[in-house]
Design a binder for this molecule. Structure first.
Ligand SMILES: Cc1cc2nc3c(=O)[nH]c(=O)nc-3n(C[C@H](O)[C@H](O)[C@H](O)COP(=O)(O)OP(=O)(O)OC[C@H]3O[C@@H](n4cnc5c(N)ncnc54)[C@H](O)[C@@H]3O)c2cc1C
Length: 271
């Protein structure tokens, strides 16, 4: 079995595995969905310093797949259900297998905070690619504004509803302000009802829309590692970065983690 197990094939997990491969250290990545993770939802990634004109999240995913092929990374497409440390090794369990590793890297990212309504989609990449008359986005942060930019290209009208002043990057707010088909309101959604379309009842009026996207924040996927603390357990990317969720930080975490694992293997210490 490989020396290192990595949970999550988002940008953080892939960065870790690539850097480990450069040290000739074998790893196995577990992924419950597909390579790429959250970044596939990004309208335009501009702050990694390599793409000044921006690059679509979907294109970033294609680049990550090229890394997987180039470095021959081993990915097991299964959800990790349980982790424990027994006799000095990590035991990783999926529905069909039981794996052992000396080092474990948890790059499981985040999940969306949910609204108390049905019919809400939380990831723009899951929206069927077709034309919409009106789309409602709930949230006032970077992700809500980013989703609005994506949806404004396929919808006649996009409405962003937020409870208070927007918290999105001024850069994103400026881009949104320039799109004639995006409107923003400070409002509270009271109910979403399915009629022939979706009817969102708010304190500033009713909106009939084709779909509702929720972007009210995210929480880390830490359930697997609750109570587990170990020098050979590393957290990488959004799962550990709190409100500082950025792909460049996930990449940096992954590379640094691989460097530390190599040092510990070679010198017995990461100093
Ligand atoms: C709309 C939007 C726009 C963004 N724009 C930018 C931007 O412009 N610039 C920027 O730097 N960042 C941006 N980000 C943030 C960026 O996407 C994240 O910081 C980055 O993708 C986090 O990578 P990660 O590898 O830590 O986690 P993730 O990408 O979330 O990957 C975690 C992976 O772990 C898998 N997983 C979780 N649990 C398990 C399990 N138990 N078993 C198996 N697999 C599991 C998941 O399926 C997922 O593939 C944006 C995010 C969004 C939503």
């Amino acid at each position: 079995m490989a020396l290192v197990g990595i949970i999550g094939a988002g940008i953080g997990g892939i960065a870790t595995a690539v850097q480990l491969a450069r040290y000739n250290i074998e790893s196995v990545i577990f992924e419950r969905n597909s390579v790429g993770g959250l970044i596939r939802n990004a309208y335009s990634v501009e702050n990694t310093m390599f793409f000044p004109e921006g690059i679509r999240g979907e294109e970033v995913v294609e680049i990550l797949k090229r890394y997987v092929r180039k470095y021959g990374l081993k990915i097991i497409y299964e959800e990790v259900k349980y982790i424990e440390k027994v006799d000095g090794v990590f035991r990783v369990q999926t529905n069909t297998g039981d794996y052992k590793f000396k080092y474990l890297v948890v790059a499981t990212g985040t999940k969306p905070k949910k609204l108390p309504f049905d019919s809400v989609i939380y990831h723009v990449a899951e929206v069927p690619k077709e034309h919409y008359e009106r789309v409602l986005i709930i949230g006032g942060g970077d992700v809500a504004f980013d989703y609005a930019l994506s949806m404004s290209e396929v919808a006649d009208e996009v409405i962003i509803l937020m409870r208070s002043e927007p918290k999105a990057l001024p850069y994103l707010q400026n881009l949104v302000a320039k799109r004639g088909n995006i409107k923003t309101f400070i409002a509270q959604v009271l109910e979403i009802r399915r009629e022939e379309k979706l009817l969102a009842k708010t304190n500033v009026g009713d909106f009939k829309v084709d779909l509702v996207l929720g972007a009210i924040g995210r929480v880390p996927n830490v359930e697997l590692i609750e109570g587990l603390n170990d020098d050979n357990l590393f957290l990488v990317g959004d799962v550990k970065n709190g409100i500082y969720r950025q792909s460049a930080l996930a990449i940096a975490d992954g590379i640094k983690t691989a460097m530390m694992i190599w040092r510990r293997e070679k010198y017995g210490s990461i100093e």
